[in-house]
Write a new protein. Structure first.
Length: 200
């Protein structure tokens, strides 16, 4: 069984209904709450009400291909992991899938089950961390986020103050507010928080 959080939600998208349902069944057998879709539009509509931790999508599908789906999804949900699959792999598409569309993995059909399960487990864990991190910083003001970004780079209060043209006391006040809102009390925690927020 895949090492994933219980009931991690996975949406499988492929215009080949037999394949999408087969992948969903495999994931259900391995402890996931998985659902198959033959249309990116249908998946996006469902995702709006029931967000998934991970999306497993075919690359080549009718009017909306997997990359277009990924672009639309990213504007709506910054914390869903995306895994691409294709019967027509190319190096260029593999690079695009990861670099430009935020894909976690690029799988060749027929799907290697072990690799798929490993990718989905990684995606579900990444999504959980990212959602938690985004929730932690949601209440920060724009200035606090700016200060956090600098603190997470290992800068001291004085260095951040100089960088932003503010007084060290002001930075100390912002830092205290950031700690109170995020519950991150040390620099290591702030660095980990920002890594989960910006990680693609």
């Amino acid at each position: 069984m895949a090492d994933a959080k219980p009931c991690a939600v996975v949406h499988v998208v492929d215009d080949d209904s037999d394949l999408s349902e087969a992948v969903a069944r495999l994931l259900v057998r391995n402890g996931y709450d998985a659902r198959a879709f033959i249309s990116p539009v249908a998946m996006l509509a469902h995702h709006a009400d029931a967000p998934a931790h991970c999306i497993v999508t075919d690359v080549m599908m009718g009017d909306t291909d997997g990359f277009a789906l990924a672009q639309q999804l990213r504007t709506r949900d910054q914390a869903a992991a995306i895994i691409f699959m294709t019967a027509w792999p190319t190096t260029a598409n593999a690079v695009d899938a990861i670099r430009h569309y935020g894909g976690l993995d690029y799988l060749e059909k027929p799907i290697d089950e072990d690799r798929l399960l490993a990718a989905v487990a990684e995606g579900a864990a990444w999504s959980e961390r990212r959602r938690m991190a985004l929730a932690r910083i949601a209440s920060l003001t724009p200035r606090e986020r700016e200060v956090l970004t600098h603190l997470a780079q290992g800068m001291s209060n004085k260095m951040v103050a100089a960088q932003l043209g503010l007084s060290p006391k002001t930075i100390e006040d912002h830092r205290a507010s950031i700690v109170a809102k995020t519950s991150m009390t040390n620099t290591a925690g702030l660095i980990a928080l920002m890594r989960d927020v910006v990680e693609e």
